[in-house]
Design a protein around this ligand. Structure first.
Ligand SMILES: Cc1ncc(COP(=O)(O)O)c(C=O)c1O
Length: 402
């Protein structure tokens, strides 16, 4: 049978990460490649209690269809929480989604026609690039550095290409771990207001801060210009598949239409269980346990990198989140290094697919959250051995020009 697939799906490559992770599924490999939270920290017993509670008290309703926008008390709980960022969010502005990944798909449906321009950070979250790619846009990137997005460059890019929106992750970005400074946030908010441009502010990691002080979301500074995405995946459990969007009323109305067409509503049972969990437990205490564990793991990884890696390799040291980003000498290929590293029993994610134009090959992403401190040390030693082997086999010329 000759299956005649749509141009959109035929032109969307399979997830590179999923493909390479297949190579790392052996017990002998220490994997820094996954983007998963640490399952040892999932609140299994509390979720079980919550599930029993809703089933025994209100089982028939809990298993029924529900509203597209989501369980009203859960929307109210989320809206309330934004007060801590000085934001005045109404429950009606919150739309519950199947994780923030679904939010990206719905935003593509609502805002993108084929050929439209989208502005991204360079590099950006691979899953967003993939979700938007189905709508066949043109991607244009602006530089991301230790202060965050280069606002002047972004402004020029958005003007030149008349971008539909800018997609950015201001807190502990995936893949780099970088965050926007207070000044960058303010400049970005002002630019969005002046240019009447839209930002999709994706924030699955902001609550996982283990040092420094928290900074306002861009949405707090330019509420009309920003659709904010949040998720319970990294602060509770990704298997619940629950996230949300906060959007200005006219945008939310269109998103609700797209959501209704996609799936009617997110799992009502999951929403009820999660809401019960949030009633019976203190999420902030749970988040501080997660952040504390990730901090210890990150410190172990940074110490091991500094002890074992050869000179000429830089890494970020984020104040939270799940990832570190390594920058190798310019002539190295992280994908070639990956294959050697797997032979040495360690895995990471090569950075190339995080660049929409695949333009940079000399970076890699390391996640520390699922590996214990002692194993992190061994994994980094293996990585250093793989780098030594890789460097030794490079042609003499490129070694000299590093
Ligand atoms: C930046 C970013 N956005 C969105 C997602 C999707 O997360 P979820 O759909 O589980 O909320 C992820 C997952 O890793 C992510 O890193």
């Amino acid at each position: 049978m000759d299956y005649r697939f749509s141009d959109a799906i035929a032109n969307t490559p399979k997830s590179f990460i999923r493909e390479i992770l297949k190579l790392t599924q052996s017990d002998n490999i220490i994997s820094f490649a996954g983007g998963l939270p640490n399952s040892a920290l999932f609140p299994v017993d509390a979720i079980r209690h919550a599930a029993e509670h809703v089933l025994s008290r209100d089982g028939r309703n809990t298993l029924q269809y529900s509203t597209t926008e989501g369980h009203a008390p859960l929307r109210a709980w989320i809206a309330e929480r934004y007060a801590r960022h000085g934001m005045n969010v109404a429950p009606e502005q919150v739309l519950i989604t199947n994780g923030s990944q679904q939010a990206l798909d719905l935003l593509g449906k609502v805002f993108l026609n084929p050929g439209d321009a989208v502005a991204l950070e360079n590099p950006s979250y691979l899953g967003a690039i993939q979700a938007f790619r189905l709508f066949r846009p043109q991607f244009h990137s602006a530089t991301l550095s230790t202060d965050g997005i280069d606002v002047a460059e972004l402004q020029a890019v958005m003007r030149q290409h008349q971008c539909r929106f800018f997609y950015g992750i201001p807190n502990f970005q995936n893949p780099t771990g970088l965050s926007y400074s207070a000044t960058t946030r303010q400049q970005l908010a002002t630019m969005l207001q002046q240019e009447q441009q839209l930002m999709i502010e994706d924030d699955p990691y902001g609550a996982l801060r283990f040092s420094g002080s928290s900074l306002p979301p861009v949405a707090a500074l330019a509420p009309e210009q920003v659709v904010m995405l949040g998720s319970f995946s990294k602060v509770c459990a990704p298997g619940m598949r629950l996230g949300w969007m906060v959007a200005p009323a006219p945008v939310l109305a269109q998103l609700a239409v797209a959501k209704q067409a996609a799936d009617l509503h997110s799992g009502y049972f999951s929403q009820r269980v999660l809401y019960q969990y949030l009633q019976d437990n203190n999420l902030d205490e749970h988040i501080s346990q997660i952040s504390h564990a990730y901090q210890q793991q990150q410190q172990a990884m940074v110490a091991a990198l500094q002890q074992h890696l050869p000179p000429g390799i830089a890494h970020t040291t984020p104040e939270g989140g799940m990832f570190l980003w390594l920058t190798l000498p310019k002539h190295w290929s992280a994908t070639d290094l990956f294959h050697i590293a797997v032979r040495h029993g360690v895995a990471f994610v090569p950075g190339e697919p995080f660049f929409a134009d695949a333009s940079q090959r000399h970076h890699l992403r390391m996640s520390y959250c699922t590996v214990d401190v002692a194993t992190i040390h061994t994994g980094v030693q293996r990585l250093a051995a793989a780098m030594a082997e890789y460097a030794a086999q490079l042609p003499q010329h490129s070694k000299e020009t590093q």
